[in-house]
Design a protein around this ligand. Structure first.
Ligand code: CO
Ligand code: CO
Ligand code: CO
Length: 317
């Protein structure tokens, strides 16, 4: 473990496993910086580019920031693979950078046997309007803005086990920016936010519970799911990363009544470019939810609440 940095302008560092680092430039302006790259989760290179870029941009949105500039991070086997594939990946990524209102200013690529792509993103946020994962308070309601199950569906896509329609739904969910959500939540008193990615809902919710020193109650019946994910879990199609998440989280999770093991796998499913998990006062949560649904964030749902109790734990109801 590296020693922590100690600089008065470092507003969010590595200590709380937050989505991005934040560095104060002036009293009105801070930089939000993040880097994220992934291996292909879908077969189509253009879709993969869109998804990887949306995934990387999401960490700036989760902090309440506005992306400004992006740089490509590329690993590609150019000796054995058609360069046109890389071109499509980068075009998909660029579309998302532009949709986010940012500018692509460069990048770097290395020769590698396996494709990897993502972005290093720099954004801006007002130092007084930073949303971290450490501010959730007892009494808050939790909103999740996208459906779960992209890890399971990516495995099924690779195995050719799902219909083109379901595949398209999974792809569009992952390629959707969290930008609209981030923009809307700026008008509310949001106490905490994080995006749901590789550690699954349980893993990232746990990080939020630890950082905020609170207990979360998750109502598993309210958690929105992508189509056919339950059936695929029944068939045993759970990726290794999601199993690892579930095992890692279990000792900090209490089940009020036994939760369906299929649901547990879904709650732990490793997400790519998942939604935002937002904590805010209950009355505010109702208006934000209505606002989100009105602006095409149609799968957003209230999935639980924040209580006192044992800090850094989750209760499944
Ligand atoms: Co994140
Ligand atoms: Co990230
Ligand atoms: Co270089």
């Amino acid at each position: 473990m590296l020693p922590l940095e100690n600089d008065p302008n470092l507003l969010v560092g590595r200590e709380t496993s937050d989505d991005a680092g934040v560095y104060r430039l002036t009293d009105e302006m801070a930089l939000v910086q993040t880097l994220d790259f992934i291996t292909p989760v879908v077969n189509d290179p253009w879709d993969f580019g869109r998804i990887a870029a949306a995934n990387a941009l999401s960490d700036v949105f989760a902090m309440g920031g506005r992306p400004l500039t992006a740089m490509n991070v590329v690993c590609f086997p150019s000796r054995s693979m058609d360069k046109a594939i890389l071109g499509q990946i980068l075009r998909g990524g660029l579309e998302k950078v532009h949709e986010a209102g940012a500018v692509l200013i460069g990048g770097h690529s290395v020769e590698d046997s396996e494709i990897k792509y993502g972005l290093s993103v720099t954004g801006l946020v007002h130092p007084g309007r930073i949303v971290t994962n450490a501010g959730a308070r007892p009494g808050d309601t939790l909103i999740l803005t996208k459906r779960l199950g992209t890890g399971i569906l990516a495995t099924a896509i690779k195995a050719g086990l799902i219909s083109p329609a379901v595949e398209r739904e999974a792809i569009e969910s992952m390629a959707t920016l969290n930008g609209k959500t981030s923009q809307l939540m700026a008008s509310y008193s949001v106490h905490a936010c994080t995006d749901i990615t590789g550690f699954g809902l349980l893993g990232h919710a746990l990080e939020l519970a630890v950082a905020s020193k609170v207990r979360l109650i998750l109502d598993s019946a309210e958690v929105p799911l992508l189509p056919e994910t339950r059936e695929l879990v029944h068939m045993g199609l759970v990726p290794a990363g999601s199993y690892a998440n579930r095992n890692y989280c279990t000792h900090q999770i209490e089940q009020r009544k036994p939760v369906d093991p299929v649901m547990l796998d879904l709650l732990a499913d490793a997400q790519t470019s998942g939604g935002l998990l937002i904590a805010l006062p209950e009355d505010q949560a109702r208006s934000l939810l209505a606002d989100l649904r009105e602006h095409d964030v149609s799968h957003a749902a209230m999935i639980g609440r924040v209580v006192g109790g044992t800090a850094g734990t989750i209760e499944l109801a």
